[in-house]
Design a protein around this ligand. Sequence first.
Ligand SMILES: [Zn+2]
Length: 286
Amino acid sequence: MLPVYPLKAFIYRFQPSHFTLDTEMFTPIPETIDRLSAELLTATALVPALAVAGATLATTGLAWGALSYAALWPTSQIFGPTLIAPNKPGELALTYDDGPNPDWTPQLLDILARQNIRATFFLIGSYAARNPALVRQISAAGHTIGNHSWHHPNLALTPAARVRNELVRTKATLEATIGKEIRFFRPPFGARRPEVLRIARSLGLTPVTWNAMTSDWSNPDAESIACKLIAKIEMNQQKGMASNIVLHDGSHIDPTANRGPSITATKRIISQFKKSHQFVTLDTWV
Ligand SMILES: [Zn+2]
C-alpha cells in the first residue's frame, strides 16, 4: 500500500472549487503509514531492498502530508502567520469571498444594513473591475474590502512573478475604485507558500485565513450551512476564540451560481448570535 493519500488530498484541494478543510481529510495519513510499516516489516524479512524503497515512499508520504497541512490548513502557521481570530470569544467576523456578484451581493448588503452589521468582502479583482459601482456600494456601506487575487488561481503553485501581479493588479483596481487602502488578502482556496505570504506583506497586505467554514458554495441547504457554521462558532467560543466565518456571495467558477443558501444562512447566523455577540470587520483584529 503506497502512501498516496496525502498526495491525493493535496491535488484534490487544488480542484477549481473551494472545499471544507475537514480533519477527516488528513486522518488517513497515520493509518496509511501504519499499514505501510506493517508491510515493510514483512518486506524487510524477505527483501531488504524493498524496505529501503518503502521507507523512501513513507518519507515521501509524510512530506506530502506535512506540505498539504502547511499550504492548505486554514489555521496552520507553518508557512508564516495569517490573521485568523483573536482570543475574543464574544466577537464574530462575517467574511464573504468570490464577489462582487451583481445577483447576490446587493441582497446581502440589504440584510447587513437592516441588521446594522459590517462584514469583510474578499473580492476577485477581475470581477471588481467589471462591477465598480457595486464595489463602491460595498465600501460606502461601511464594510471592509479585501484582496482575493485577480483570477483566483492556486497561488501555492503559481510562479512568484504572477503571484505578485495577481495581488498588485487587484489591490490597485480596488484602491482606485473606492479610494481607500486595501489592507487584507485572503489566498484563494487558502492555498499558500512562504513566498506568497512574503509578497502579500511586502504590498502591505495582511494574509487572512479562517476558523469557521463549510461547503456553502456547493450545499443548496441553507439550514445545513447555518447549523454547521453555528457549531463551529460555538466550538471556537469554547476555546476562547472569536470566529472568522467564511461564506460566499459569488463564485470564481460560475458567476451565475446560486448563492441564495449562503445569504439565507447569513440571516440565520445573525439571528442566532445578534444578542450575544458583536459582529466586527477584520480591521478591529489587527
Ligand atoms: Zn475564493
